[in-house]
Design a protein. Structure first.
Length: 249
């Protein structure tokens, strides 16, 4: 089949583009390396940003909702009902198996002034805001039943003495709970750890958008392919777009 005069330059142009853009040319290889680096930066920064949001930014925002006040202990209760008791796991002596120790649910009630006097249950920190007990033993403190009861009694003596007062924290979202601590990362740390991965995301996007220009700069800096005929960037993009259309068709 005969080719018209308009198709011949197009075939020559496509052949030239294919030769210059194949995987063996320094220009194409460098552009692909820049693209891989940009993708790696984007993925790592997105993951780091997600981690910072969960561990730093959200706890900091949550802590700002709590207000410090003075709590007055009004009563305590040891709930020993079978369904209400707590449990911890301890390692049995000379054995790899674990034992289970049940202990009563300690509830400490206080009053605090928030427009009007309210009564609330004391919990240790914000992570335990939905719990029904003021104190929950950690497994590494769980040794023997006597030790467990001693921990509970020590906590009661420190925070549950009737008519005693101490600083506590309350939020309008949880009017029936007060916390003994409101620890959170500093504002400067939260801002810095949030900004840095955002900057990394921007850098990755810029590298993807200008990967051809960056590839050429890298080649010239490394003095690779001095005698290579580098393609104009517009032709490189046009060739990539043409190959993409051919694959979709």
């Amino acid at each position: 089949m005969a080719l018209n005069s308009g198709e011949i330059p197009r075939i020559i142009w496509k052949t030239t583009m294919t030769r210059h853009l194949n995987d063996n040319t320094p220009q194409a290889t460098t552009v692909k390396k820049v693209k891989r680096v940009a993708n790696a930066i984007l993925v790592s920064c997105f993951l780091f940003l997600l981690l910072v949001m969960v561990l730093v930014t959200l706890p900091k925002l949550e802590s700002t909702q709590y207000v410090m006040g003075i709590c007055n202990v009004t009563g305590t209760k040891l709930n020993k009902e079978p369904g209400k008791q707590l449990q911890c796991h301890c390692a049995e002596q000379n054995s790899d198996t674990k034992c289970t120790i049940f202990y009563p649910c300690l509830q400490i009630y206080v009053s605090y002034n928030n427009v009007s006097v309210r009564e609330a249950l004391v919990v240790k920190d914000r992570r335990r805001i939905s719990e029904e007990c003021s104190y929950k033993l950690r497994d590494y403190d769980c040794q023997t039943k006597d030790d467990v009861y001693k921990h509970v009694e020590t906590f009661r003596e420190k925070w549950g003495v009737i008519h005693s007062s101490y600083k506590c924290f309350h939020a309008s979202r949880h009017p029936n709970r007060v916390t003994l601590s409101n620890k959170a990362p500093s504002t400067a740390l939260a801002v810095n750890l949030t900004i840095f991965p955002c900057i990394g995301v921007v850098i990755g996007l810029v590298m993807l958008h200008y990967k051809e220009q960056i590839g050429l700069i890298v080649l010239r800096r490394l003095r690779i392919g001095v005698n290579e005929g580098y393609l104009p960037l517009t032709l490189v993009r046009n060739a990539e777009d043409s190959r993409e259309r051919e694959r979709t068709e």
